[in-house]
Design a protein around this ligand. Structure first.
Ligand SMILES: [Zn+2]
Length: 79
């Protein structure tokens, strides 16, 4: 894994675990884990037997469900 920061666009966190041929941060890894669990135990088992390349489409599908603030400075100030 040669990625230095999270695969998720806009996320600047350091990588924690592989996701397909890329890497993701801890927070997103846990999110991905939850997403896979929600798809059922069969999906979970199947995924475990996949190669990194075979996992990429699932990573991409999951990544599309992720929302990351693209401009954190534009968020409303805390009171
Ligand atoms: Zn991340």
């Amino acid at each position: 894994m040669h990625d230095l920061i999270c695969l998720i666009k806009g996320c600047q966190a350091r990588v924690y675990a592989p996701a397909g041929t890329h890497s993701i941060c801890r927070e997103h890894f846990l999110n991905y884990l939850t997403w896979r669990r929600r798809r059922g135990p069969q999906m979970f088992m199947k995924y475990a037997g996949m190669t990194m390349e075979e996992r990429d489409p699932y990573v991409a599908e999951w990544a599309n469900t992720i929302r990351v603030e693209e401009a954190p400075t534009a968020s409303a100030p805390k009171t």
